[in-house]
Design a protein around this ligand. Structure first.
Ligand SMILES: NC(=O)c1ccc[n+]([C@@H]2O[C@H](COP(=O)([O-])OP(=O)(O)OC[C@H]3O[C@@H](n4cnc5c(N)ncnc54)[C@H](O)[C@@H]3O)[C@@H](O)[C@H]2O)c1
Ligand SMILES: OC[C@@H](O)C(O)[C@H](O)CO
Length: 464
């Protein structure tokens, strides 16, 4: 074992640079430079950024902003290797096959796991089908290629660390990956993965908008640096990880990471109270013509629907909890209201087709199971339906991004008079509830209430 260990990260989006890279940077600042990051991407959309980062020797400035608008600037130094993109992901394969790579982390979005509401791999997805045949479009195809080479090079154990917003993200990824390898007929690699990798669950948190040109301008004004890879985020940061690293890990506890036995209470609170609410606010804000999350959250009717969803339906589902859920809710809503973040409804409302089954359907299901009508949660799919209706009539002010969107089929669905029924009958969104008449009636009522509200958005929804 050399002293130098590499965390190879797949997914060169904004979030990785504001979160995992920041923690490893803080460790280096404390004099522990035994871990560094090698960063690459599966898809070519990050190729320009990777080139820019390579030109800056991996360094970039992170701007953070507090709820009071106080800004701070740090040069992040943990990215020591930038892996250039090519269609065979050669650089990722070469780095991932080395035994010095002891952790392979990834952020490939919620839609990047292609799971059904029952959390099984959706083998009907074209990207998954292509990768089963040997292509590299998904995290599954990419890791199959990388780990095959790693086994050929001696097969040193490695931790596969999901850093995306997914409930039970390590477990769910692992289940999907093993199902993928089985579909591919690669039982030898599946067995190797079972024996030689771990996939701890993690909860990651830091609101990181897509950087706009004014970030680079402020960075230049504050630091004098011309930085083509700067990123901005809120000052809040949190990372909770199950301590199950098969090949060692950075001393993350020294920089504030919580290493726990089970991440469950944190991830449930994060996914349901933060992420599901965030998406609902983005869809609602968009429907009344707003672009930003903070402006949308400050609309009393939108704030109230978010507050009611958490209070009436999520908190009973998650109680008892070691977290103070009411406080968590209030802090989250305050973070969303931060006027200095300027996060867009476009970014946060994306990937709804994965967010509904992953983040909302479990609460609907659990309310019914305990005999409660999930009236406040029903507002979320109702908002998403109205949002998709706008998308289908080309009436959104921005491009809707969704990794599992099959646009032609969905447009056709929305051109029919029974579009709401078809939406609610989609078991990929609602699992067994898709067949439940009471659920259909509840969301249909909620859609009607929202349609009235949209005529007078200043009115409180409950008063409609
Ligand atoms: N931005 C945040 O506030 C934030 C906070 C916590 C967690 N996250 C998690 O990180 C993810 C990425 O956020 P970001 O801000 O970096 O987004 P981003 O849009 O900046 O980057 C997305 C990255 O995912 C890749 N990607 C997209 N779809 C993919 C697919 N199907 N397969 C493989 N790669 C794919 C893209 O190439 C890109 O590298 C989020 O979806 C979320 O799960 C983000
Ligand atoms: O809800 C959207 C997410 O990207 C969110 O910004 C993040 O999960 C905050 O940690």
């Amino acid at each position: 074992m050399t002293n130098q260990s590499v965390w190879m990260h797949i997914g060169a989006g904004s979030f990785h640079r504001a979160h995992q890279a920041w923690y490893l940077h803080k460790l280096r600042e404390q004099g522990d430079d035994s871990w560094s990051i090698a960063l690459g991407n599966i898809r070519n959309d990050a190729a320009p950024l990777l080139k820019q980062l390579a030109a800056q020797e991996g360094e970039y400035v992170l701007e953070t902003v507090t709820p009071d608008g106080e800004r701070a600037y740090e040069t992040i130094t943990s990215l020591r290797k930038i892996l250039p993109w090519d269609s065979n992901i050669s650089a990722l394969v070469e780095q991932g096959a080395k035994s010095e790579t002891r952790v392979i982390g990834f952020t490939v979005t919620e839609a990047g796991y292609y799971l059904t509401p029952e959390f099984e791999l959706d083998l009907t997805q074209p990207d998954v089908q292509a990768d089963v045949k040997g292509d590299i479009r998904t995290i599954y195809g990419a890791l199959a290629r990388i780990l095959t080479q790693r086994v050929a090079n001696g097969g040193a154990p490695v931790t596969l660390l999901n850093c995306d917003n997914l409930r039970h993200n390590g477990e769910r990824f692992r289940h999907g990956f093993l199902a993928f390898l089985t579909a591919k007929g690669d039982n030898a690699l599946a067995n190797w993965v079972r024996e030689n990798t771990t996939s701890p669950n993690t909860m990651v948190d830091r609101i990181t908008p897509r950087p706009t040109p004014d970030v680079a301008e402020r960075v230049k004004a504050a630091t004098g640096k011309e930085d083509g890879a700067s990123v901005m985020a809120e000052s809040f940061i949190q990372w909770v990880i199950e301590d199950d690293f098969i090949a060692g890990r950075p001393a993350l506890e020294k920089v504030g990471v919580e290493l726990v036995e089970s991440v469950l209470p944190w991830e449930e609170a994060k996914i349901r109270i933060l992420n599901a609410t965030h998406a609902a606010i983005a869809w609602a804000g968009t429907l009344i013509g707003l672009n930003y999350i903070d402006d949308s959250t400050r609309q009393p009717a939108i704030y109230q629907l978010a507050y009611d969803y958490v209070t009436q339906d999520v908190m009973p589902s998650l109680s008892p909890s070691p977290l103070d859920l009411a406080d968590y809710r209030d802090v989250v809503l305050a973070r969303f209201s931060n006027p200095y973040i300027k996060d867009t409804n476009q970014r946060v409302g994306a990937d709804g087709l994965s967010k509904i089954p992953g983040m909302v359907t479990p609460t609907l299901r659990e309310c019914y199971q305990r005999g409660a009508e999930p009236a406040a949660t029903a507002v979320l799919p109702a908002l998403f339906f109205l949002f998709l209706q706008r998308w289908a009539s080309d009436d959104l002010p921005y491009t809707y991004q969704d990794g599992v969107l099959q646009a032609d089929a969905l447009r056709q669905q929305f051109s029919r008079s029974d579009a709401l029924n078809a939406f609610l009958s989609d078991s990929a969104l609602f699992g067994e509830l898709a067949q439940d008449k009471a659920f259909h009636a509840l969301v249909t009522r909620s859609v009607a209430d929202l349609q009235l509200w949209l005529k007078q958005p200043e009115r409180m929804l409950a008063a409609v």
